[in-house]
Structures are given as structure tokens and as C-alpha cells.
Design a protein around this ligand. Structure first.
Ligand SMILES: Nc1ncnc2c1ncn2[C@@H]1O[C@H](COP(=O)(O)OP(=O)(O)O)[C@@H](O)[C@H]1O
Ligand SMILES: [Mg+2]
Length: 328
């Protein structure tokens, strides 16, 4: 892989999980491009398929799940959906830095953080292990932690928020140029979260990364992402430049998400929770629009026809009601 920020092209990606009711899609026919050097945010309620999509970027979806269709083309790596074994192991960590959701629980309880750092470096053929440790301390220091102390600690000696920052450090320390952060700040208080997001942005700019940030919290992506993609029921329902999507959301789901956030609405009394609940794999409609059960703009066609994603400049929206109005 080149030393520059890679572009990523996800095309027609469908990922299914085997369930008692057969194989059901958690990600359905998603196409999304991560521009080299950009920060893309993916937002959506719990269960919308965000983590499944993120895992697909490393070809790391585990059984009972599998990539059923589509491709994930990463510059310098090719289609990762076709990578296997050693090639795949090398790509992870060195080319793709990754923080798993619940990274605060993914450390090995029996080894110090420093020992795990060295294991990681060795398994990726890092020769300058001293340099790796220096780099780790510097990243931890930037995130407000005492690097030496953290490297000497076991997982149980660290708080959830500290572990989360260790996860971010491990994703960045091998100098991967594609970084995927899945719910990187959920265990952090608001102020620490804002600080960490600032550091993510700084490191992103300094190193020239391509970054994907996944979160259920639209406030998080509002702070870091250049481009925003909104997922619901395994579908990508809207995407576009973050400022435009937040400033003039088009899809009724995006509107609902934004209306529910007091900080974005600007008035706590104006904020309104989105009515209803997100679907599960078993309850996602197989035909028609996945959002219709909760949609204030529902029309007859929404029951039968899955709305196509229609582009309008940099904005993309998959909604019959919106697209009928805009293209009439
Ligand atoms: N291992 C699994 N087996 C069966 N269903 C799963 C599995 N992992 C996730 N799912 C289902 O896939 C859907 C998407 O999950 P996920 O990708 O974790 O969404 P998100 O990250 O947006 O919360 C959910 O309905 C979830 O219950
Ligand atoms: Mg998730």
C-alpha cells in the first residue's frame, strides 16, 4: 500500500447473518466511497448495521455472518472481500488500524498493555520496538494519559475511558493509513470525548489518513466528519457533506435523528425523541422502504418499492417522498 491516504470503494455490499429464520441481511446493497484523506462518519441507531459494515472493511465478519455480495476495494490492497489468511492478518493493523466497538473490553486481561503493544509490533514485523513504545507513549500522552504508567498496567487497572484511549492508540500506533473507529468514545464523558475527537482529527491531518468514524451519536460525527452517511435497517438512507446533511437533512430518518438532539436543535424543549424503535434483523421489511413504519411521509409506494439512492450533486438520498418532490 502506498504511504498516502488510500481511497475505499464499497460497492453493492450485502452482509447476512444466519438465523433460525434463514440468512438475513444486516447490511443490504450498500455503496459508499471513502475519499482519500477524508473523515467519513456513519451514524444510525443501534442495530442499523454499522459495526457489520465496519467489520467488512477488514473482511472480519465472523460466522454466522458472511459477505454475501459486493466488494470492498481499498487502494493498494485490492478487494479485501477476497483476502485470506496471512495476507488478511498483515493488512489488519499495518494498513488498516481498527478500534472495535467495546474496545474497552478487548484487551488481554493477563498481559500488560505494553506487552500487548510489543506483541502487536512483532506480529507485524516492526524492527524498531523502542520507537514503537515511544510512539505509543506520545499518543497516550496526547490523550491525557501517563504513557509509562498505562503501558505498565493490566486492563483491570484502567477505567473504561482509559481502555478506550488505549484502543485508539493501538489503532494508530502502527501508522496505518486507513483507520476505522467503531464507537470510539462511548465510555468517555463529554469533555474527554471532545478532546479525543480533536486528537483524532489532528492525527488524521498530520499523517494524511483516510478515517471512518462509526457512532450512534450524531453529535460525535458532527464534530469530526467531513462526510456523513446515515444507516437504517442495513440500508444507507442518506449521505453528503456533514455540514449540508446536518444543516438541511432530507431523509425523514436523518431529520428525526437531528430533532432528537438538544445540542443540535439548540433548545432542550424543542428536542423530540424519534417515535418507535429500530427494526431487528427479523423485523426489517424485506420489500419496500425499511423506514416506512416510523416515517411521517409514508406513501403507498413505500410498502412495495425499495427507494433508490438518488444523487443530487454531493448529496444522496433514498426516499420516495423526498425524491418525488425534488425531481418532479
Ligand atoms: N453474530 C450475529 N448473529 C446474528 N445477528 C447479528 C450478529 N451480529 C449482529 N447481528 C444483527 O445484525 C444487525 C446489525 O448489527 P450491528 O452491525 O452490530 O449494528 P450496529 O453496529 O449499527 O448497532 C442487528 O440486528 C444485530 O442484532
Ligand atoms: Mg455497532
Amino acid at each position: 500500500m502506498s504511504e498516502q491516504a488510500p481511497g475505499v470503494r464499497i460497492g453493492g455490499l450485502t452482509v447476512v447473518y444466519k438465523t433460525p429464520a434463514g440468512e438475513l441481511p444486516a447490511v443490504r446493497d450498500i455503496s459508499l466511497t471513502l475519499e482519500p484523506g477524508s473523515i467519513t462518519g456513519i451514524v444510525g441507531e443501534s442495530g442499523s448495521g454499522k459495526s457489520t459494515l465496519a467489520l467488512s472493511l477488514l473482511n472480519a465478519v465472523q460466522p454466522p455472518g458472511r459477505i454475501a455480495a459486493g466488494s470492498v476495494e481499498i487502494d493498494g490492497l485490492g478487494d479485501v472481500a477476497g483476502l485470506k489468511g496471512e495476507e488478511l492478518r498483515k493488512a489488519r493493523g499495518k494498513h488498516i488500524g481498527y478500534v472495535f466497538q467495546a474496545a474497552q473490553n478487548s484487551l488481554n486481561p493477563l498481559k500488560t498493555v505494553g506487552k500487548q503493544l510489543l506483541d502487536l509490533g512483532r506480529s507485524h514485523g516492526v524492527e524498531d520496538l523502542r520507537g514503537l513504545v515511544r510512539e505509543a507513549k506520545e499518543l497516550l500522552g496526547r490523550m491525557g494519559l501517563d504513557g509509562t504508567r498505562v503501558l505498565d498496567s493490566h486492563q483491570h487497572e484502567l477505567s473504561g475511558g482509559m481502555r478506550q484511549r488505549v484502543g485508539i492508540m493501538l489503532a494508530l500506533v502502527l501508522n496505518a493509513h486507513l483507520v476505522v473507529l467503531d464507537e470510539p468514545t462511548t465510555a468517555l464523558d463529554m469533555i474527554t470525548q471532545a478532546n479525543i475527537l480533536k486528537i483524532v482529527r489532528e492525527v488524521h491531518a498530520e499523517r494524511g489518513l483516510t478515517t471512518l468514524v462509526i457512532t450512534h451519536d450524531i453529535g460525535v460525527v458532527a464534530e469530526v466528519a467531513d462526510r456523513l452517511a446515515v444507516m437504517y435497517g442495513g440500508r444507507l438512507v442518506e449521505q453528503g457533506p456533514t455540514r449540508e446533511v446536518l444543516g438541511s437533512p432530507r431523509h425523514p430518518y436523518t431529520r428525526g435523528l437531528i430533532r432528537a438532539i438538544p445540542q443540535l436543535v439548540g433548545d432542550i424543549d424543542e428536542a423530540q425523541a424519534l417515535p418507535g424503535r429500530p427494526p431487528t434483523l427479523a423485523t426489517v421489511p424485506k420489500e419496500g422502504c425499511v423506514f416506512r413504519e416510523r416515517c411521517p411521509l409514508r406513501m403507498d409506494v413505500c410498502d412495495d418499492v425499495d427507494p433508490e439512492a438518488v444523487s443530487d450533486g454531493p448529496r444522496v438520498v433514498a426516499c420516495h417522498a423526498v425524491n418525488v418532490k425534488e425531481h418532479a
